[in-house]
Design a protein. Structure first.
Length: 230
């Protein structure tokens, strides 16, 4: 299945309005009443997805001065295809001058035999704000995970802020050893917010980025514990 959903937010002088809201199954977008000048949209997977063979694209555009919060409502299950095909999900973001985006999906669970690639790429204006989070759950309870590759690429004012790739799969036992058998990996990226110093605790760390922004990473046995680091 191929699907392309689009969301465009613009500032009309007093609040953010949604100029484009186009869902395509299994990517369904539900607008909600905003918080002040911020537009709020929920993202729902309206069918079992991503399934092996799926190619899903979500395009997000935030205009000058606009503020958008896009959040998930349920975990995403990456499932194997009938013939071992890989699946791909891509989130493509642009945030213009003075714009703000919070993209906070629910966890992605990589089930046994799945072969999934998740790509997040964002192009930000020099004074734009971005807060995004990724929570990866390696297998359901009592299940070994399939193969997963995630790619995170963010530029701000044409300057690279972060390029990061994580893979687990063909060398599964070694990968889980590196993760100390903790099956949840969470990352939280803030660009354009207050500068925070480096810090760390048990199984989490916060790192300032050279081009601005802060990346926090957490390892935990479950998603609730992982998110406490943020």
């Amino acid at each position: 299945m191929k699907a392309h959903a689009r969301l465009t937010a613009c500032f009309d002088g007093s609040r953010t309005v949604l100029r484009e809201l186009r869902s395509m199954a299994p990517l369904t977008l539900f607008p909600r009443r905003g918080r002040g000048a911020t537009a709020v949209v929920h993202l729902v997977n309206s069918a079992t997805s991503p399934l092996g063979g799926d190619d899903l694209l979500l395009t997000i555009r935030v205009g000058p001065g606009a503020s958008l919060r896009l959040s998930g409502v349920a975990a995403t299950l990456a499932l194997p295809g009938p013939h071992g095909e890989p699946s791909l999900s891509t989130v493509d973001v642009e945030v213009a001058e003075g714009g703000s985006l919070e993209y906070l999906p629910e966890p992605t669970v990589v089930t046994a035999r799945a072969r999934h690639t998740a790509v997040f790429r964002a192009s930000l204006a020099a004074d734009a704000y971005l807060h995004t989070r990724e929570v990866l759950v390696l297998g359901r309870a009592g299940e070994r995970p399939g193969a997963l590759t995630t790619s995170l690429s963010v530029t701000r004012g044409a300057v690279p802020v972060l390029r990061q790739t994580f893979s687990v799969g063909s060398v599964l036992d070694a990968s889980l050893a590196v993760l100390a058998s903790r099956r949840v990996l969470a990352t939280d990226l803030v660009v354009g917010g207050p500068e925070l110093p480096a810090a760390s605790g048990e199984w989490w760390s916060r790192s300032p980025l050279a081009a601005g922004g802060t990346l926090t990473t957490s390892l935990a046995p479950d998603a609730v514990t992982a998110l406490k680091a943020f």
